[in-house]
Design a protein around this ligand. Structure first.
Ligand SMILES: C[S@@+](CC[C@H](N)C(=O)[O-])C[C@H]1O[C@@H](n2cnc3c(N)ncnc32)[C@H](O)[C@@H]1O
Length: 205
């Protein structure tokens, strides 16, 4: 059966809608990410306003909200947004903004204490990575932190997910005034992703 071209276009919400509707959202681990749970527990990241772009079904967004963070979750797929809403409970309320992360409101400039990155950068058209870096630098407050699990590191042909090179991501953000504070290969990555993702923490100076 012929499929319309936007179905295979990562820049189109239709591609992602279709994955959620057909149950082919293979990236979704169904629970919060253990590495982020550890960071929350560590006390090194006190609650603040956090942007979660490409939030999907919102497992990480809910976890941060449950721990007192003021979460703003962004996704352009209606199906993901509906499921995020359905999965919220009284202890994990947060704002959902359905739209394109390349068109975030200007009022959000310099307002976030944190931006969380997981399975977003790798889902975007690689030609748009500079635009993504512009967005991060624009919405973070001075002193705000970018917390990223950069995945997948292994060389792949095509995507999504498209291969992520942490050094390239760090360089794109450094050019926009962020400074690398920490990087590690987490020992608590979920098993299938162990060694294939790197934790990066950067700060807007
Ligand atoms: C690979 S999924 C990851 C979802 C979630 N982070 C997770 O790990 O379950 C990528 C998500 O990004 C969303 N997305 C992709 N491009 C987007 C864009 N330009 N603006 C907003 N959302 C986008 C898709 O709808 C999808 O939910």
């Amino acid at each position: 059966m012929d499929v319309p071209p936007e179905i295979n276009n990562v820049n189109s919400s239709s591609k992602w809608e279709r994955d959620y509707q057909r149950g082919t959202a293979g990236w979704d681990i169904g629970t919060p990410t253990p590495v982020f749970q550890r960071l929350i527990r560590s006390g090194e990241f006190p609650p603040g306003r956090i942007l979660v772009p490409c939030a999907g079904r919102g497992h990480d967004a809910r976890e941060f909200a449950r721990h007192g963070f003021e979460v703003v979750a962004v996704d352009f797929a209606r199906e993901a947004v509906e499921q995020m809403r359905a999965l919220m409970d009284d202890a994990s309320q947060y704002e959902i903004w359905q739209g394109d992360l390349f068109q975030l409101p200007q009022e959000w400039n310099d307002t976030f204490d944190y931006v969380l990155e997981y399975t977003c950068y790798c889902a975007l058209d690689p030609k748009r990575r500079e635009e993504y870096a512009d967005m991060i630098a624009r919405v973070l407050k001075k002193g705000g932190k970018y917390i990223a699990l950069a995945l997948p590191l292994n060389e792949r042909v095509g995507g999504p997910p498209f291969t992520v090179k942490p050094d390239e991501l760090i360089s794109q953000l450094t050019q926009r005034g962020l400074k690398l504070l920490h990087r590690e290969f987490p020992s608590d990555s979920i098993k299938p992703r162990k060694g294939n993702e790197e934790l990066l923490v950067m700060k807007k100076t």
